[in-house]
Design a binder for this molecule. Structure first.
Ligand code: ZN
Length: 140
């Protein structure tokens, strides 16, 4: 997933116990961990590019002869992608070994997109009244 071109990977699980995603079904949920791994690898793919490495595009598995297999999905592709062992005309390609030891290239990767004030407590009477009015507004 992508947030307006800034490239963050995000996995959101709805807070709903009735949702089918919490029930593992081998016919429907094939290699469910793939989602987590896939988004994490997007982060490493992006970091690699920002550091100037040439890396294959994570979605290009078919281009290198990999398949989306039943039950294991793209496991073989991810394994080779992480171990830099994808066979290509220019030799073995994949994520650079050093990427696992490097922090994101840009300092703005460490800043939140907006300030979280979810748990902010009122600091004076005006803020306190404002908070009460906001809470009343949500109920009525
Ligand atoms: Zn993707």
């Amino acid at each position: 997933m992508d947030y307006y071109g800034i490239g963050f990977s995000n996995i959101r699980l709805p807070n709903d116990a009735e949702s089918y995603i919490y029930k593992y079904n081998t016919r429907i949920n094939q290699f469910p961990e793939e989602v987590l791994l896939h988004e994490f690898l997007h982060s490493l793919e992006r970091n690699s590019k920002e550091y100037g490495y040439s890396v294959p595009v994570l979605h290009d598995y078919e281009k290198y002869g990999y398949k989306n297999e039943s039950l294991i999905g793209q496991k073989r592709w991810y394994k080779d992608y992480m171990n830099k062992s994808i066979k290509a005309t220019e030799g073995k390609i994949g994520l650079p070994e050093e990427i696992y030891t490097l922090k994101p290239a840009k300092s703005n990767n460490f800043q939140n997109a907006y300030k979280l004030e979810e748990f902010k407590e009122p600091e004076n009477l005006i803020e306190e009244i404002k908070q009460i009015l906001e809470q009343l507004g949500q109920k009525f």
